[in-house]
Design a protein. Structure first.
Length: 123
């Protein structure tokens, strides 16, 4: 669904930008945003945990959820299986944690080049 692509974009990382390799467990991206407006102009350091969507890593989820401050759930709206999966992710990562809905962002993302692309865009 493009989770790593969006994680790279948010963190301004170029890691693995040209090749696809499914995330194994979790990939932690650390980055800093200087002069953040929401923080009175002070900088802020972030850890973005890019978690695999593969349920074979479900035993790792409690460790991934510990002390989280927010959750971004990314899904492909063209895949019917993702609609059921987002309910499971929301239940595990938001409802079972002390997180408010305001700390959760749901992103529908169509990964360019995936099935369903009918036109080619040139830049």
């Amino acid at each position: 669904s493009g989770k790593s692509v969006l994680a790279n974009f948010v963190s301004e990382s170029t890691e693995g930008i040209c090749s696809y390799s499914p995330t194994q467990g979790v990939r932690i991206l650390e980055y800093e945003k200087p002069n953040l407006n929401a923080n009175k102009g002070a900088g802020c350091r972030f850890e973005l945990w890019d978690c695999s969507g593969d349920q074979k890593f479900e035993t790792c989820w409690p460790a991934l959820m510990k002390d989280s401050h927010g959750v971004i759930i990314i899904f492909n709206p063209e895949l019917p299986s993702h609609l059921k999966e987002i309910e499971m992710w929301y239940s595990c990562f938001v409802q079972q944690q002390p997180l408010l809905d305001s700390q959760c962002l749901l992103v529908a993302h169509h990964k360019p080049g995936s099935a369903g692309d009918t036109e080619s865009l040139s830049l």
